[in-house]
Write a protein that binds this ligand. Sequence first.
Ligand SMILES: Nc1nc2c(ncn2[C@@H]2O[C@H](COP(=O)(O)OP(=O)(O)OP(=O)(O)O)[C@@H](O)[C@H]2O)c(=O)[nH]1
Ligand SMILES: [Mg+2]
Ligand SMILES: [Zn+2]
Length: 300
Amino acid sequence: MEASLVPGLVLAVGGGLAAVRTAAGEERVAKLAGRLDRRPVAGDRVGLLLESDDGARIDVIEERRTELRRQQRMRSEGERAMKEQVLAANAECVLIVASIADPPLRRGLIDRILVAGWRGGMAPLIAITKCDLAERAAEPPVQVLADYAQIGVDGVAVDVRTAAGAEAVRALIAGRTAAVVGHSGVGKSTLVNALTGGGQVTGAVHELSGRGRHTTTTATWLDVPGGGALIDLPGIRSFSLAGIAPDDLRHAFADVAAAAERCRFRDCRHVGEDGCAVEAEVEPARLASYRKLLAELEEG
Ligand SMILES: Nc1nc2c(ncn2[C@@H]2O[C@H](COP(=O)(O)OP(=O)(O)OP(=O)(O)O)[C@@H](O)[C@H]2O)c(=O)[nH]1
Ligand SMILES: [Mg+2]
Ligand SMILES: [Zn+2]
């Protein structure tokens, strides 16, 4: 970094500007230098040129340690055109938030984010929210958590009526930085507020995103008192894995991979053959999700 630049952390980005925090703990709204080769995202470490009038300019974006990426369909460029979008940078974990009901839990989305999280270098964690609505759900939260625990993914059940869930999430994150991802309305920001004390969006971030909105529109970095941070992301409707090799599914489907090892058919594709070990051993909900993703990746 050039001597005139000071290190900064990107808290949020919007409208061609970024809210940044300097190493001295000051928040500023920064412009983006024209020569940047990519767009900064929340969690980016940057080199800032401080301007005399409280302004700043991002001149350098440091190499990212992790990236949470998804493919997004570009409507303007036809049905098949996909563009990669980086949702958050340098998070150590990805906290997948899924409500057990309202909206209903979709394992497909959890699995997609698991694949993207591992691929981007992050440890995945799961929070099942709205457990007060569990009687409306197709399956109990403990069943979902047990299935993911089997492939080594830790998770907790959260019920907004008690503080226990938020405390369990705090323990899960254990002082690390986590990107908080899931469908819109599942309770991500509610959980983030419970952990960060709410009202934390101040200063430069406030200037950027405005006040009084329920739905999160800008990825926002928030410190967790006592250690760690959360990057609260806008809700996602879909999460395409286009461009990921079918082989990359193995991590997120260790249960399928383990059963496949035991399958006695040498050329089995484990997609419904009679006598297939995968068919016999893997939880039906897990298998359905695996097959759907595999078909999509093989097609792409
Ligand atoms: N019943 C119930 N409602 C909850 C719970 N947690 C959050 N909600 C409600 O769900 C709604 C959406 O919550 P948010 O925290 O804004 O959801 P979000 O995931 O941040 O949504 P986006 O920012 O749009 O992605 C709000 O009305 C919350 O009060 C919960 O544990 N139980
Ligand atoms: Mg939100
Ligand atoms: Zn098989």
